[in-house]
Ligand binder design. Structure first.
Ligand SMILES: [Mg+2]
Length: 335
């Protein structure tokens, strides 16, 4: 498979998972089954949410960083300030403002249930870093937006393979200061990187390799062990006979970073050959459906490529061209 194909499907399937979960984010699973039938949510509303908006701004921030020679995470912070301005029109926005193609996209100025943590952290005037956390939030808003950090290398690390995880953690720590807010982001970026680089691993191998990197990079932090245990449970459940909805409920609801990644990874491992089944499972639960859908879509999209995305979902995806263009830009910048 062409590498570009994986880049495109990573962002497009992530956005589809987000859009699929949009209508049902605040519904219980039993309400969903009543409304959508026993197969779960399989039809989409018309709109992506803040997860996809912020993923796009993560990508644009990195590209602007290359263009303006601004390092991570400052470039992504400036881009998030632009996103903040789309939600709070009186805010100042970032330094890229006029140069930003995304700021000109009218649809991106719509409010789609933006996360309070993201809004308050970006409104505080301080950029959170791994060294100086801006708060103690472990919400999933840190992880749901960092797939682009797995697609373009911006930072230099002693082991070059650590770069993607580090920049994923940095992007999340801008607004989420808790270990369980930024380590899942590091892992998502690392997994996306391993998959798009066609590292020759199985999907389980990708998860295991990535968990080993989390232990190496973040094992000194409290709660990293807790994170790794939950991820290992997700892997074990995916190979068990436990019905999917019970397994997902055991992993949590996904409002926090570690649970969101665990649910997404579970769904990807369990339903790896079907994007439709994977994303349906990833949104048909009691928790944060759009974020778990977005993360699962990022991972399985990278794994299956464009052929794995149901055509009718792709046709209904809001901002499809903007998302697809961004995947091309990231690919061209890094390859
Ligand atoms: Mg959302």
């Amino acid at each position: 498979m062409e590498k570009l194909d994986r880049y495109r499907a990573c962002l497009l399937a992530g956005a589809i998972g987000d859009q699929l979960g949009n209508d049902v984010e605040f519904m219980s699973r039993s309400q969903m089954l009543q409304e959508y039938g026993p197969a779960g949510v399989r039809t989409m509303s018309g709109h992506i949410t803040d997860d996809t908006q912020m993923t796009l701004f993560t990508a644009e921030g990195m590209l602007m960083g290359l263009k303006h020679r601004m390092p991570m995470p400052a470039c992504v912070y400036q881009s998030y300030l632009d996103w903040y301005r789309t939600q709070m029109p009186r805010a100042k926005g970032g330094v890229f403002g006029r140069d930003s193609g995304l700021m000109k996209v009218e649809t991106l100025h719509a409010r789609r249930a933006p996360g309070n943590t993201c809004l308050s952290a970006l409104g505080s005037g301080d950029m959170g870093t791994l060294e100086e956390p801006v708060n103690h939030s472990k919400g999933c808003g840190g992880v749901m937006r960092v797939a682009p950090c797995g697609l373009l290398k911006m930072v230099n690390t002693p082991d070059p393979e650590d770069a993607y995880a580090i920049q994923g953690a940095q992007a999340a720590a801008i607004t989420h200061g808790h270990t369980l807010g930024f380590v899942p982001a590091a892992m998502l970026a690392d997994m996306v990187h391993l998959i798009v680089e066609d590292c020759g691993l199985t999907l389980e191998g990708v998860v295991k390799s990535s968990l080993a990197r989390m232990q190496k990079l973040f094992g000194f932090l409290p709660q990293t062990a807790e994170f790794i245990r939950l991820m290992e449970r997700a892997v074990a459940l995916s190979a068990s006979d436990t019905p999917a909805h019970e397994a997902i409920a055991e992993l949590g609801q996904g409002w926090v970073g570690d649970e969101a990644l665990a649910i997404a990874v579970y769904c990807v491992l369990r339903f790896r050959s079907s994007m439709a089944d994977c994303l349906s499972a990833a949104v048909t639960h009691d928790g944060d459906s759009d974020s778990t859908g977005a993360i699962a879509g990022n991972i399985l999209g990278a794994w299956l490529g464009m052929d794995g995305i149901p055509a009718h979902w792709l046709a209904q995806l809001e901002l499809r061209d903007v998302i697809d263009d961004m995947a091309h830009f990231l690919y061209e910048a890094g390859n």
